[in-house]
Design a protein around this ligand. Sequence first.
Ligand code: SF4
Length: 287
Amino acid sequence: MQWQETLARQATWTRENSPHLRLSSSEAVDLYTNAPLHTLMQAAHHRRMVMHPTGYVTYLVDRNINYTNVCTINCQFCSFYRPPNHAETYTQTFEQISQRITELEAIGGTRILMQGGVNPELPFSWYTDLIRLLRKMHPSIDLDCFSPIEIEGIAEVSGKSTLDVLILLKDAGMHGLPGGGAEMLVDNVRKDVSPKKGSPANWLRVMQEAQSIGLTTSATNVFGFGETLSDRVEHMSKIRELQDHSLSHYGKAFTSFIAWPVQLEVNTFGKRNRGGSCYRASKRNGK
Ligand code: SF4
């Protein structure tokens, strides 16, 4: 009966008493495991209406631009990348990228999310020149570019710290970072599916650095790798910890959280075909 008590407590939530009603990890796992989906949806809707009683909803029109598919990280779930020198690699020219933004402007868009592979062939000046040009040619478009793993790759190629890379990209006119590359911020899951991607702590550190200098950031979550429900809650807990820290220290933190299932297609992970079966096994075992 634990989950009913948890939801009853949460139903009393207000902004004033919210510090006393933080969900613990064990409560979250219990809700995830035992509460019926529609009951959870009702609770979520109730919370939303308490937080935003007008029901006012906003949206924006943006465009994803994948400027290069060259990548050295080899994540097993990725169907997009090609290793350097592969016959199917591409890197878009500045003109091609600008043209895509012109098409976005034509339909009233206001932001791009530009992400690609970790491409060791591009010097640091390629990134700063690109951002400066886009800022000049498309002054009304927000430029959210380069996820934390790309920032790490740029830092490695340029010999700069990730913080310095972020500062220089911001100086060039970049507004923020997309939230890509978080996937599952749990060490053993990450080591299994993307061992070269760097630790969860790195993703969180780069995001914290971005937030500390006022860049816009968003958080993501990919699930279905065979992780346990506790792993999923650990991921959300790490995002929440950084959110708390950055709001209290910088007054700025993640502006959105987006989750989606891993795509078991023509990638190494799909061939292993472990996602669904492992998740079901872990649920059966009560994890
Ligand atoms: S870092 Fe990104 S582009 Fe590279 S393999 Fe991983 S998911 Fe694909």
